[in-house]
Ligand binder design. Structure first.
Ligand code: FEO
Length: 403
């Protein structure tokens, strides 16, 4: 017998009614190896209120879960914290089938929903700090622009000390458990870090500001009800501490060596660079791009102090996998990095210069001259690669990168 799709109670009058996506593996280039969830919530107040919806294809799952605690036709209010389709995908159906009395979003949310769905029904704009009465309870809205889109906001239910934080503090993790304290700590921290690195790293200064703002609001909190992955309850403060550290991006004494190779020459150079880093006292992570997804490189970069990138030259350029990962990482705007470039070549040898230029464009401080080797590295050339790694390790030491 299959498990019925039930709502899960998260506070006296709040129920999780979302959907678990065990199959999703790609979120705009982010490998969601453990799937994800789209968390919607229903508040059983005088005005029955639905907070967000789920991805379009999961409508039945959400509605079935809602129906396990309340007739979906009784939903009075629908609040959209974020217009991205993983949360707003069922808004048109909910409006047309359930006819809620009112639908709310931030001012920019109203515009974004209009641009997505071109609905005739009115959506009411709410402002930062505004409260909305649900009859016997009330919610307050907190605008969180750019976390993750310009129109994003939090909704806070003070009566039950629940913060609906949408994309913030979430993770891509499908699980039968609904609360973070029910899942292995190492898995939770690993997936939360990967999510931060791949989605929020470029917004780190805004995350820091948001955390200060949340602290100033002095919200009484029992639960942070995110829109992806498990919900934070007793240990909710842990994710705030992690976010504060990640947003600061204080580099550790750790270097990533990322490369692709044609005939194993650049691979041999990468290994030698890695040896140099380790002998120089740094922690090193070797990431061959034939075996490393770009989003796992981003996750490893979250606390790294150095990025070393290797590519042979193919048709006057770097290998496609190297261009892919550099383009992706550039968009994530990692700060406080030192690094270097290396690679083998046959005649033109343009790739290493192109990698160097990309690293400079990413504000990576190049520590030493790049190493280029014609065709196959001999012992002397490999010694140059070891020296390159050791020079980067020395620089990390000089910067006081934490071990
Ligand atoms: Fe989970 Fe920005 O959407």
């Amino acid at each position: 017998m299959t498990e019925p799709l039930r709502a899960i109670q998260i506070s006296d009058h709040v129920f999780w009614v979302g959907a678990i996506d065990w199959a999703v593996r790609d979120f705009h280039g982010y490998l969601t190896q453990r799937g994800s969830s789209y968390n919607a919530y229903v508040i059983l107040a005088d005005k029955v209120t639905l907070i967000d919806t789920v991805k379009h294809s999961f409508e039945r799952e959400m509605v079935t879960r809602i129906a396990s605690v309340v007739d979906p036709q009784r939903i009075d209010y629908l609040i959209s914290n974020h217009a991205e389709l993983d949360h707003s995908g069922c808004i048109p159906q909910m409006i047309h089938k359930l006819r809620p009395e009112r639908v709310f979003a931030s001012t920019r949310g109203v515009a974004a929903l209009a641009d997505h769905f071109h609905l005739d029904e009115e959506i009411t704009a709410v402002k930062d700090g505004e409260s909305l009465s649900l009859g016997n309870m009330a919610v307050t809205f907190v605008e969180t622009p750019m976390l993750h889109w310009p129109e994003s906001m939090f909704t806070y239910l003070g009566d039950e000390r629940v913060l609906f934080s949408n994309d913030a503090f979430g993770m891509h993790l499908a699980s039968s458990e609904r609360f973070a304290d029910q899942v292995d700590d190492a898995v939770v921290e690993c997936e939360a870090a990967k999510y931060f690195a791949n989605i929020l790293m470029p917004l780190s200064p805004l995350v820091t500001k948001l955390l200060h703002r949340v602290a100033k609001l002095n919200l009484d909190l029992d639960v942070i009800a995110t829109s992806h992955g498990p919900i934070w309850r007793a240990n909710w403060h842990k994710v705030l501490e992690l976010y504060a550290a990640w947003a600061e991006r204080k580099p550790a004494n750790k270097a990533l060596v990322v490369y692709d190779t044609m005939w194993q020459s650049t691979a041999a150079m990468a290994q030698a660079v890695c040896d140099g880093l380790i002998s120089g006292g740094a922690s090193a992570v070797l990431m061959p791009l034939k075996a490393s997804h770009r989003s796992d490189v981003a996750a490893e970069l979250l606390d790294a102090g150095a990025l070393l990138v290797g590519s042979p030259t193919l048709n006057g350029g770097m290998l496609p996998a190297v261009a892919d990962v550099l383009t992706y990482l550039k968009g994530l705007k990692p700060r406080n990095l030192v690094g270097a470039a290396f690679g083998s070549y046959g005649w033109g040898g343009e790739a290493v210069g192109q990698v160097e230029a990309m690293l400079k464009d990413m504000q990576v401080e190049l520590v030493a001259d790049s190493v280029k080797v014609k065709y196959v590295p001999n012992d002397q050339a490999l010694g140059g690669c070891v020296a390159l790694g050791a020079a980067v390790a020395e620089k990390l030491k000089g910067l006081g990168a934490a071990g």
